[in-house]
Write a protein that binds this ligand. Sequence first.
Ligand code: SF4
Length: 332
Amino acid sequence: MPDLDDLEALSAFRRDLATWFRQHRRDLVWRRVRDPYAILVAEVFLQQTRVEQARGYYARFMAAFPDLATLARASEEDVLHVWAGAGYYRRARDLHRLAQAVAETGLPTTAAELEELPGIGPYTAAAVASIAYGEPVAAVDGNVRRVLARLFAVEEPGGRWLQKVAEGLLDREDPGTWNQAVMELGSLVCTPKHPSCATCPVAGFCRGWREAERYPAPRQRAQRRVEAVALVLRGEEGLVLEKRDGQSLGGLWGFPLAEGEGALEVLLSRYGLASARPLGTVEHVFTHKRLTIEVYVASWPGPVEDPGSRPLSVLDRKILALAGSSIGHEDQ
Ligand code: SF4
């Protein structure tokens, strides 16, 4: 098997992957532009959203905020409203803060400077700097990690090792295209399960293909199970919604919610109610916790909100859907 330390092998490896990418790359709207802001927005969506889903959210976001200045002028609530459904709302708040920080000066052009901005980690900084500005820096995301671990048959690739190997393979003449080619290989061919080694353009350089799924070893993620209660308080013109705070859902609006023992009593006493009727259960998974939410409903004579005019998280939309379906049943 050719050794990628050998310059001739390395150049054949680059050529084979680049040829494959030219022929098989997906036609994604953000790949057709050179606008650094558009590339940044796409990369922020792609941090935790699959390409197929990101397409729709990206299009909606760019239609509402086509440039840095428009995004900087918008209110946080408007930004969250447009972002709603894409999850990981901290990304939206950081992008908004970033726009406000650089609206006057424009985006910086190097990975090191980009990394100083809110919400921009090493991967996003390298992706934007290489794709938009041609800086020769390697972008290492989950796809690249998997491809490199398999190419070199390494079960537990560390961050430094990954960056060093990725920099060694990087085509410094066209780093943006190269970074996208390695990521695309991970998305389309070297997939987490059942990689298509038989059609892989770099199979001849791969040490791990015989047991590809062994590399990299799965990362253990502790996920807490949490019980919670949500209250749907119905008024004549709408529902009671509270503005959330905290890292994951801060700035969004949602139903009164409490976690842990005595959660229902906490909510009832917050609104001065004696009781509420059980409506059903909603499950929602965050990165580190799995929420099981018992939803209760009661009438409410006080002020209410129109849920359609407030940015709601996916979790609250599930509760809203449950409340809506129960209205349908009651009407029948
Ligand atoms: Fe991945 Fe298989 Fe290609 Fe190796 S040969 S890089 S394991 S798809």
